[in-house]
Ligand binder design. Structure first.
Ligand SMILES: N=CN[C@@H](CCC(=O)O)C(=O)O
Ligand SMILES: [Zn+2]
Length: 424
């Protein structure tokens, strides 16, 4: 056996019936945590036992463990899942942070060629090696903050060459560090300078997607999902639909940005074409909420963006009440410089009044569902990957309540291996 986590004060399993997601209405009944519990993980990284120490060792009395962690002063939650990031880019936008503090809006900066346009220039100029170095540093920070699965987008290339460069960086990082990555192609993140929306839509569908499909066939990249910034003045709902369907046709899941700054019917369009997940949703309509609840498309909520851009808050309470599956993401990008799902859970509770249980479910099981990986990620259950965050605290809620919570983390475990250990 690989790892025994012994006598933890509390283990938040999240659920225990292999649910693929939890809606708020099910949390009271189905949210599972254990007191004074022990977890065993086998050689292949799978959780094989959860129970009292006595029960676990009586079932496997002969077992030898490569490592035993005394968790008697600690709590355990599942490895965190970050449902939305833009983490491959060069340059930063601290100068724009200053402009926003003086009152400039996201779209004013975007229309003046800054924002995504600024990052596209820097990312096109950067070498693949430099982008990889930066990406690995960022993934390292995420890991220290408890993230074991991350959704990672391209989208600062906006041309075939640079989009492929970004996707290759994501691909290379998969074998160079421990976090599992779900890769998303986002060639329609912005309309490139000098192009119209319809030129850009054509370029994505007729040039970029075929080149990416080719790279997938050659084994250069794996792409799980397709994304578009579906927004007034960027890609309107109709162009977004064409792009998303072109990706779906090539086997990609639909996972896209909608109703962030303006309502343009992106959610209704996304549900109609079978979206797996839709992000942002600050301006979602009542009908959009109803349709997301019915279709089980996952709402990926991004508190950092609403906080930094002072946006209207997405109606999270209403979504939860009406049965939408709610997930969380850092939205790490040069506009929202946050690598910590711990910060995101705290913000989600404070800004949107999510309960701590809702917030943890959204940052684990439901975020895993947003990338189609909740069969093996997002909860501590027999048969799932042994991905754990172990931290010093009297109760699990401290990981959300304390605003510097990463300092409490003593171990991050990925498939039974301790991949981050606090220097004691
Ligand atoms: N809104 C579109 N995309 C990103 C921002 C990207 C950027 O500003 O570089 C987001 O999710 O917040
Ligand atoms: Zn985004």
């Amino acid at each position: 056996m690989k790892l025994l986590v012994k006598n933890a004060r509390q283990v938040v399993a999240v659920c225990s019936e292999m649910q693929k997601f939890l809606k708020s209405q099910d949390i009271d009944q189905k949210f599972v945590f254990f007191e004074n519990a022990t977890i065993a993980i086998d050689k292949s990284g799978i959780i094989t036992h959860i129970g009292s120490y006595q029960d676990v060792v009586s079932i496997i009395p002969e077992a030898q463990f490569e490592e035993v962690i005394d968790a008697s002063t600690k709590c355990v939650i599942p490895g965190l899942v970050d449902g939305h990031t833009h983490a491959v880019w060069a340059g930063d936008r601290v100068h724009e942070f200053a402009l926003k503090l003086k009152g400039a809006s996201y779209m004013e900066i975007h229309k003046a060629g800054g924002g995504i346009g600024f990052t596209v220039d820097k990312t096109r100029d950067a070498s693949e090696e430099d982008l990889l170095k930066l990406y690995l540093q960022r993934l390292g920070q995420m890991l220290k903050n408890g993230t074991t699965l991350v959704e990672s987008k391209s989208g600062y290339g906006l041309d075939t060459e640079t989009e492929l460069k970004m996707l290759r960086v994501i691909e290379k990082a998969k074998s160079l560090q421990p976090i599992d990555i779900s890769s998303t192609y986002c060639g329609a993140h912005s309309v490139p300078k000098g192009m119209s929306e319809s030129d850009a839509t054509k370029d994505v569908i007729e040039r970029q997607i075929p080149a990416i499909v080719n790279a997938i066939k050659n084994g250069d990249v794996v792409v799980d999902s397709i994304d578009v910034f579906c927004e007034k003045g960027v890609f309107e709902a109709e162009s977004s639909k064409q792009i998303l369907l072109a990706g779906k046709d090539k086997g990609m899941m639909i996972n896209f940005h909608a109703e962030e700054l303006n309502y343009i019917g992106g959610v209704e369009m996304g549900v109609e074409i079978g979206a797996t997940a839709i992000s942002h949703l600050e301006e979602i309509s009542d009908e959009g909420i109803r349709q997301m609840a019915l279709s089980n498309a996952v709402a990926v909520i991004l508190p950092t963006t609403a906080h930094i851009l002072k946006l209207k808050h997405p109606p999270v309470k209403k979504m939860l009440k009406e049965g939408v599956i709610v997930a969380l993401g850092t939205d790490f990008n040069p506009n929202a410089y946050c690598l910590s799902m711990l910060t995101v859970m705290n913000l989600a509770c404070i800004m949107f009044r999510m309960s701590m249980e809702e917030s943890l479910v959204a940052a684990t099981l439901n975020a895993a569902a947003s990338v189609g990986k909740s069969d093996m990620h997002g909860s501590i259950e027999l048969g799932k990957w042994g991905n754990l965050v172990i931290f010093d605290a009297p109760r699990w809620e401290h990981i959300i309540y304390q605003m510097n919570a990463s300092e409490m983390i003593s171990h991050v475990v990925k498939k039974g291996d301790v991949v981050f250990r606090k220097f004691q």
